[in-house]
Design a protein around this ligand. Structure first.
Ligand code: HEM
Length: 514
């Protein structure tokens, strides 16, 4: 039927209840029976400027294009208008957006970058395609129903070794086939990792961004960097292959960014640690099998890998985002772990905790910035297609001024992030800790603060739709509600900004004067 063609005049004859057609973007829809099921009501479809008419502008002012692609609505199409071509086309899986600033500049045709080469381009296409086809449907589903990431998605992620790549370059990639062989472990660098993080952030489902094994991204590195070879041989493969889940258990009701205030205690009992205390806001905790746990041991701190057992309970913490992230309150009630599960030296836990933070913060900057860019793209589209006071929203200087600020912020963040990523590619881990820990703190502060400004701007541009979790403004609503997470997780904004400045003060040359 969709192959049939009609004239505008023919469509115009079907303009009443029981016999109702409309045109949207050159396609003819028979909505005679749908009219009474229409979520926006029947009346709006029977008005004289819609019934039997070209309703393209009215439609795109009120719906996302994806509505027409849903099978239950796509089948309402009965043909096309003779001599007309469709204008609005969805991107094919893996394709980049053509909206200016909708993608980082390196993905825009004709732009150059010193940081990315052909292997990054190939890799990005493959990762985007996979995320759109496999991950996105799961993200939409579980952001809504609050259930954990589907095991079959975990299995597919692991088949491509995406969880392993999210830990960064290193020996854990040795012998693994990355993204079905699109690149080799030797080629893999922090820009490849950034690309994955960007696809994660672009999902626009903030809770699922964390459900997507964020606990592993921060909980496994201490095992890889500080665990004994035997412990690594046991734990790393089962985690990277999606058989077991791990989380990082540091923050407590007693201590968040102030890690020194922890009150979870570990005491020796022969060859075992006995752990007592509580942890709060532990991402993925509800479904984790291992807890990389910061404990107080005497006057110092020690990090211990504690396996799930009856003496551990995990309770979901209700926060502003959905429970798919598995945010939990964890109780250790005399839980036991072999002394061989100690990560790093006894009493040197602070070093383990701190060494983890740079990578975690950098990862949050990537996902946060990708979400922010997605919001900019949504706003550019929305303000072009939404007509108010007889003109598109973007005809108003006040709207353009908001867009200007949004674009400038995301571009500034992107350029700074790429510069930092380039340093990570060229510095040893110790050098990074020495030279760019403060910079990463400042960058995170900048990106999360500008993210909240952008959330505010976007909400004002979308109006009521910016506070509605379905339909046109769903991404804006999600971002506006959840952008504070980026400002808090991995060290809160103010603490990180302060750390960056303190490190700069420490490096001030003794002989510098005005
Ligand atoms: C094939 C044609 C159409 C389909 C399949 C359709 C479908 C939908 C759906 C699924 C919604 C729920 C919100 C969303 O998911 O975006 C909706 C809402 C709505 N629709 Fe339609 N619609 C169609 C045509 C139209 C047209 C031509 C108008 C023109 C007046 C219209 C006016 C509305 C209104 C006013 C709402 C409520 C929007 C809101 O709450 O923000 N619809 N429609």
């Amino acid at each position: 039927m969709a192959g049939k063609t009609f004239t505008v005049e023919e469509v115009a004859l079907h303009n009443k209840s029981g016999d109702l057609w409309i045109i949207i973007d050159s396609k003819v829809y028979d909505i005679s029976r749908f009219v009474n099921l229409h979520p926006g009501g029947a009346g709006v479809l029977l008005t004289k400027n819609i019934a039997g008419k070209d309703a393209t502008e009215a439609f795109f002012g009120l719906h996302r294009h994806e509505v027409l692609l849903k099978p239950q609505y796509a089948r309402l199409q009965i043909g096309t208008i003779e001599g007309q071509q469709e204008i609005v086309k969805p991107l094919a899986a893996g394709e980049s957006s053509q909206v200016p600033y909708g993608e980082p500049a390196w993905l825009s045709p004709g732009f150059h970058s010193p940081y990315y080469n052909e292997s990054h381009r190939k890799f990005q296409k493959a990762v985007r395609k996979f995320f759109e086809e496999v991950v996105y449907p799961d993200a939409i589903k579980h952001e809504d129903d609050g259930k954990r990431i589907s095991q079959d998605v975990v299995d597919k992620l692991c088949e491509l070794n995406i969880p392993a790549m999210r830990i960064g370059p290193g020996r854990h990639l040795k012998g693994r086939t990355l993204m079905g062989g699109v690149i080799t472990p030797e080629e893999f660098d922090h820009f490849h990792e950034l690309i994955i993080n960007f696809e994660v952030g672009r999902l626009g489902t903030r809770s699922y961004v964390d459900a997507l094994l964020a606990g592993q991204v921060i909980g496994l590195p201490p095992v890889l960097n500080y665990g004994s070879p035997e412990l690594q041989a046991q734990v790393v493969p089962e985690v990277l292959d999606g058989k077991k889940f791990i989380c990082l258990a540091i923050s407590e009701a007693f201590a968040g960014s102030d890690v020194g205030g922890l009150q979870t205690y570990a005491e020796r009992d022969g060859d075992e640690w006995v752990i007592t205390g509580t942890k709060k806001w532990i991402t993925n905790g509800t479904f984790s099998d291992y807890f990389t746990t910061a404990c107080r041991t005497g006057d110092a701190y020690t990090v211990i890998l504690v396996p799930r057992q009856d003496a551990i309970s995990t309770k979901a913490v209700k926060t502003a985002y959905s429970s798919t992230a598995g945010t939990s309150y964890v109780t250790f009630d005399g839980a036991r772990a072999p002394v061989a599960n100690t990560l790093g030296k006894v009493g040197r836990g602070m070093q383990v905790v701190l060494s983890n933070f740079n990578h975690e913060r950098w990862m949050i900057v990537c996902t946060s910035l990708a979400a922010q860019r997605r919001v900019v793209e949504e706003c550019l589209k929305w303000t072009a297609q939404r007509v108010a006071f007889g003109r598109p929203l973007n005809a108003q200087p006040v709207v353009r001024a908001r867009l200007a600020n949004m674009i400038a912020r995301v571009e500034a963040g992107q350029n700074w992030l790429e510069f930092v990523t380039h340093q990570m590619n060229n510095m040893s881990y110790d050098e990074q800790s020495d030279k760019i820990a403060g910079t990463i703190g400042l960058l995170k502060q900048y990106v999360t603060r500008t993210g909240r400004e952008t959330a505010e701007d976007a909400t004002l541009l979308f109006g009521g739709r910016g506070i509605t979790s379905t339909g046109m403004g769903k991404l804006i609503e999600n971002y506006h509600r959840t952008s504070p997470y980026d400002a808090i997780l991995g060290g809160s904004e103010d603490v990180l900004g302060d750390m960056g400045v303190r490190q700069a003060i420490k490096r001030m040359p003794k002989n510098s004067r005005l």
